[in-house]
Design a protein around this ligand. Sequence first.
Ligand SMILES: C[S@@+](CC[C@H](N)C(=O)[O-])C[C@H]1O[C@@H](n2cnc3c(N)ncnc32)[C@H](O)[C@@H]1O
Length: 207
Amino acid sequence: MASKRSLATKLGVIAGFEDPRAALEQYPTPPELAAHVVHLADLHDDIDGRTVVDLGAGTGMFTLAAALRGPARVIGLEIDRDALAIARQNERRVAASAPVHWLHGDATRAPLSVPDPVTVVMNPPFGAQRDNRHADRGFLRTASELAAVSYSVHNEGSREFVESFAADHGGEVTHAFAADFRIRKQFDHHAESAREVDTEVYRIRWQ
Ligand SMILES: C[S@@+](CC[C@H](N)C(=O)[O-])C[C@H]1O[C@@H](n2cnc3c(N)ncnc32)[C@H](O)[C@@H]1O
């Protein structure tokens, strides 16, 4: 298995959103965090031979991080066609070995039937922009329907919500850790050139 650091270095070439849409919370995940999460998924669950699904794939950071390891296939599902076009270019940049399938669709409606076993990795919208608290709920529901195990990024203070959602849907939070998430200025309502956001990452076993 290649190191987490070398995975993060390879992900450094991934281009972000050209014209990010605030309503879709299009913040790219830092390469180091995507590498960390996928490295953990590989250590815990050995993603070799599994299907990895990235819900809200954006420009492909998690999808391509997984594709640089050894899964049977990776599916990146995203609602924004412009982001998917960039994700396809990013795929050529990283030259991943696993087959990658880009799907246009709504991650909260699960337009998918996937050969088992599935690992979901995702950084869903948090509902930070509008009064849309727990916009990640629909993404977690899809994960519960598709995955044996999921890794998801949420905003700080989500523990109670994630644990009770998992328990209500046949899952269990087995690991959690805090992670810094650096967001560069990309929207007019951002005052600073960059800011650190406190996030939390959860591993949930669904079966
Ligand atoms: C915080 S960004 C993360 C992007 C990417 N996964 C990454 O880690 O860099 C959330 C992504 O979810 C997408 N998204 C928002 N609502 C969606 C939906 N209902 N179905 C699919 N994708 C959605 C956004 O367009 C955006 O690309």
